[in-house]
Design a binder for this molecule. Sequence first.
Ligand SMILES: [Zn+2]
Length: 264
Amino acid sequence: MSMTLTFLGTCSGTEPMPGRHHCSFTVEHDGGLYWFDAGECCSYTAHLAGLDLPATQAVFISHTHMDHIGGLPNLLWTLRKLTTISKPSAERLAGRTIPVVIPRLDVWDGILAVLAGTEGGFRTDFKLQPERARDGIAFDRNGFRVTALHNLHLGVPDDGASWESYSFRIDAGGRSVVFSGDVRGLADFAALIPGCDLLLMETGHHGVANVCRELRDSGMTFGRLGFTHHGREILDDPQAALAAAQAVLGDHVFIADDGMQVHL
Ligand SMILES: [Zn+2]
C-alpha cells in the first residue's frame, strides 16, 4: 500500500457540528506521517484512531483560517506531550526537524507564542522548522513529494505581498493525491489535477453537482473524487448530495466522513 489517508475532520468553518470536526487529514507513507491542515481536535482524533504521532514528518497548512489551523498548536503540544510520557516516543523524536509549511509566518509566530506559554515553555528535543508556503515543491524526502500552488481563495495579494492560500499535490510510491484546500474554483488548481489518483475537493464554497459537472466537462483525468470541508449542502443532507454527485460521476465520487480511511 502506497498511501493511507485518514480524514480527521471533514467540516468547513461552521459552528460545532455533531460527528464532524474542522478540516484535517493525514497521509501515512513508508512509516512516516504527514499532516494536511490542522483543524480543531486533529491530534485528539488521530491519537485515538491509533495513528503514530511520533512518526510525524511534516505539516502542511493550506491557509491560516481557523477551520484549518485551530488544532495546530494542540497538535504540536501533543507531540511534545508524547515525548514526556513515553521514552520510546522521546527517542524517536529527539534531534528530528519537522517542517511546518504555512502561508503566513506572522501567524506561525503567534502559534509559537501560545506554545511558549505552555508547560516547560514548550522546550522540545525536536525542532519545528517553519517554511513559508510558495509555489513549487514544498517537500521531497523519503519518496514523499508535496507540490504547492497558490489559489484565489484569499484573493490576489498586493504588490510584493505573498499568496495566502494554497492547494497541494502529493506524489508518493507512484500514487498521487490532490487537495484543493479552499479555492475560488477548480480553475485555481487545475494544473495539479491531471492524472491524480484521488482528488479531494472542498465543498464549503461550491455546489456538489456543479463541481462534478465541471470536472466531467473539463476532460481532465483523475481516479476518484472525494468531497471534504463540507458546507451546508452536504451537512444538511449527505445522502442527497451524494446522489446528485453520483448522477454525474457515478461511483468515482464519495463524501468523506471523519475517521474514514482511503488506501491508495
Ligand atoms: Zn475553510
